[in-house]
Design a protein around this ligand. Structure first.
Ligand code: PMP
Length: 354
């Protein structure tokens, strides 16, 4: 730390992203990326856009926002696009949280929420999940705080029914409820249709998972016009050109190639079923996942040991060194070939250690 670093950030513990190793070609199942490339159309549009990089990107992100609005059946003014959904989430902390509106989220959820709260000097509290990792909706009824819920949740993969989220929205009419739907396309139910009923709802999604664009950084938010206007005030006060032209173009391409996206999601869901069944045969336990990952622990072998041994054998999964999570590993669902390789390596490990 330099002696110039602002005192307000001295205690800040930054988010630790999953590893992106360059030294060795791992079967990479640690950051919930898609095993499928973006569509040809997305790639071609991005290449075209790459020929005009002397110009700023469109600060209104008009074409993409209109396409998103048409796709999700909302108005143009009910959309915002950002540099990954991390950015719209940070904007939400900036816009809708302060000492009068502290943030609240489950104790086991996306690890960036507490970092955003700390970064923005926002008080926050973490509500413990039930023992089975489910959210107890009663904990959020009339809580009068700005609520952040990842649905499906990460790293558990467990989805909350929209009917339950509705109860949270109804009982907190004067507070924003942010539903982070990064993984919704793998079998979850979206809250986007509720935005016309609840003016306190903000839904965020990403192109990083189902739409194969993690490296391009594209996320979006959908909510009432007033909420979106507030987020645009923050956006124009930080970086009006937050989404670059190649990413905007690729995003359009992926929305146009929706059949490709749907078919990839279907494959991931099939591979998830295959992997779940195989893992159970090997003695693993896991909550039912509605995401493109599985959160699994073995009945007898420790989580850290499995993580390390898999790594030695060329498979990277995500291990969290936190008390309630330490026995688990979060395993991204990849191609069938990758999943078969994973199972083969786990069989070897179990034979070695048991
Ligand atoms: N929300 C959740 C629950 C996530 O797991 C992630 C991915 N790390 C994000 C949001 C952010 O993803 P991105 O910034 O790539 O859109």
């Amino acid at each position: 730390m330099s002696r110039f670093f602002s005192g307000k950030y001295k205690e800040l513990v930054p988010y630790t992203p999953g590893e992106q190793p360059k030294d060795f070609k791992y079967v990479k199942l640690n950051t919930n990326e898609s095993p499928f490339p973006p569509s040809d159309r997305a790639e071609n549009l991005a290449t075209e856009a790459g020929k005009k990089l002397e110009l700023y990107s469109d600060p209104e992100c008009r074409a993409l926002r209109q396409k998103l609005a048409d796709y999700y059946g909302v108005d143009y003014d009910e959309t915002i696009v950002t540099n990954g959904s991390d950015e719209v989430l940070n904007f939400a902390f900036m816009a809708f949280c302060d000492t009068d509106h502290p943030a609240v989220f489950p104790d086991i959820t996306y690890g960036f929420y507490p970092v955003f709260a700390e970064l923005n000097g926002v008080p926050y509290c973490e509500i413990p999940l039930r023992k089975d990792f489910t959210v107890n909706v009663d904990d959020y009824i009339g809580i009068k705080k700005t609520i952040f819920i990842a649905n499906p949740n990460a790293p558990t993969g467990i989805a909350l029914p929209v009917s339950e989220i509705r109860k949270i929205l109804e009982s907190n009419p004067d507070n924003i409820v942010v539903i982070d739907e990064a993984y919704v396309d793998f079998g979850g139910e979206s809250c986007i249709p509720l935005i016309h009923e609840f003016d306190n709802l903000l839904v965020t999604q990403t192109f990083s998972k189902s739409r194969s664009m993690a490296g391009a950084r594209l996320g979006f938010g959908i909510g009432s016009k007033a909420i979106i206007a507030d987020l645009h005030t923050i956006r124009y006060s930080t970086n009006p050109y937050n989404v670059n032209s190649m990413t905007l173009a690729a995003g359009l391409g992926m929305l146009e190639d929706d059949e490709y996206v749907r078919s990839n999601c279907k494959t991931i869901i099939e591979n998830r079923t295959y992997t779940t069944n195989e893992l159970k045969k090997l003695g693993f336990e896991m909550p039912e996942s509605t995401a493109n990952f599985i959160f699994a622990k073995h009945k007898t072998v420790g989580g850290k040991m499995i993580y390390q041994k898999l790594r030695e054998k060329g498979v990277l999964v995500r291990h969290f060194d936190k008390p309630k999570l330490v026995e688990y590993n979060r395993i991204t669902i990849g191609s069938l070939e990758q999943m078969k390789f994973l199972i083969e390596k786990l069989e070897e490990i179990l034979e070695e250690v048991q």
